[in-house]
Design a protein around this ligand. Structure first.
Ligand SMILES: [Zn+2]
Length: 365
């Protein structure tokens, strides 16, 4: 992969552009002006708050609660973040969540993510959380919501960011357990914009949760679902047809089904793609093999996101920068990705227009 670290400062580049060495001829310094992907105003739509738990905070919370972790230190924890597939990641991920016990922990977790996201140019973020990972360990639903909503409120105010919460059901657990979780969430209905579906995909098709999603939509929640990451394109179709989702999380296997691609292009159903996650969990062998660019070229409303950045080696800015370097995305394609995320968000039209104008202004600068 060309080295994105070759970016250098230029006195001639505008605010939205930085100069970069020519990857084909490193002796030609600062010959290419390209979009400053870190400064580009961004919207993030696929981010699990539990997946932002950096080892440093994991150790701090373990100390706070007197919990022994299975790692000697922060570096040992980071070295353990090597995965064979989605399941091997999930095993480690759920173990890490054991340090999240009370509202203060969720508040600290959320504030830490906001700091990282703001540094990467995120202006709006729609955050997944998995209540069952916590309520099944005895954490009260109210403590979880208190910590998350306080963190979102204070973080947003301090950094000028807006946010929404999306409650995900763990698909490896039963549909009945998801229904119990949905009912437990109803007192907090106003703090949650949508329901989602995550965890182990293989063998857990979206149709397993049809009744839960019917009920959720009747209660006024919007819907999204992970589909077509490891599972087949048929799961993507099911998520749209059976669960009534407004967008698909991942969906990278859609290219295996030309009819489905045609439909997604015609209806502009968004896909929240997470490039570094797909490499780390071996959905694709390398970033250069990633279908992101082909999805863009097919006219799909594709977006870039970070998924579980503490575990997958990069927040959204790194996902943009690494994708640009590995796939040779043009400036227009980068701007399209940023605009797609705004259009795919659950913001109302007026707020979407404000975010699109910020991208236009950035492009013109
Ligand atoms: Zn995800």
């Amino acid at each position: 992969m060309p080295d994105p670290g070759m970016i250098v400062k230029s006195r001639t580049a505008g605010r939205g552009r930085i100069a970069r060495n020519d990857p084909d001829d490193p002796t030609v310094r600062a010959s290419i002006e390209m979009i400053d992907v870190l400064a580009l105003p961004k919207t993030e739509l696929h981010l699990h708050i539990e997946g932002t738990l950096e080892p440093e905070l994991m150790f701090a919370l373990a100390t706070r609660h007197g919990i022994a972790l299975p790692y000697a230190d922060v570096d040992a924890a980071r070295r353990a973040y090597v995965f064979d597939d989605l399941q091997s990641f999930l095993d480690l991920y759920y173990a890490g969540c054991s340090v999240l016990r009370d509202a203060e922990d969720f508040y600290d977790l959320t504030r830490a993510y906001f700091d990282r996201a703001a540094a990467d140019g995120v202006r709006h973020t729609e955050i997944f959380f998995d209540p069952q990972t916590h309520t099944d360990r005895g954490v009260p639903f109210a403590a979880l919501m208190d910590g998350l909503t306080s963190g979102l409120g204070d973080g947003g105010q301090a950094l000028g960011m807006t946010s929404r919460l999306i409650m995900c059901f763990l698909r490896h657990l039963s549909a009945d357990a998801a229904m119990v979780t949905l009912e437990a969430s109803l007192p907090f209905r106003d703090s949650i914009v949508a329901v989602g579906l995550d965890s182990s995909e293989a063998g857990h098709p979206p149709s397993k949760f049809t009744a839960v999603f019917d009920r959720a939509r009747a209660e006024g929640f919007l819907a999204v679902a992970h589909a077509g990451e490891e599972g087949p394109p048929e799961y993507i179709r099911e998520a749209v047809d059976r669960l009534g989702v407004a967008r698909i999380d991942h969906g990278v296997r859609i290219l295996e089904d030309p009819d489905l691609v045609e439909r997604f292009v015609a209806e502009q159903i968004p896909l929240t793609v997470c490039p570094l996650s797909n490499v780390k969990l071996r959905v694709v062998p390398t970033l250069a093999d990633h279908p992101l660019k082909r999805m863009l070229e097919a006219g799909l409303r594709v977006t870039i996101n970070s998924d579980d950045p503490a575990y997958f080696g990069g927040y959204i800015g790194e996902n943009y920068a690494a994708s640009v370097a590995a796939l040779g995305l043009s400036d227009d394609q980068v701007l399209t990705l940023a605009r797609n995320s705004v259009l795919a968000s659950f913001l109302d039209t007026r707020d979407q227009q404000r975010h699109l104008a910020a991208i236009d202004e950035f492009d013109a600068s």
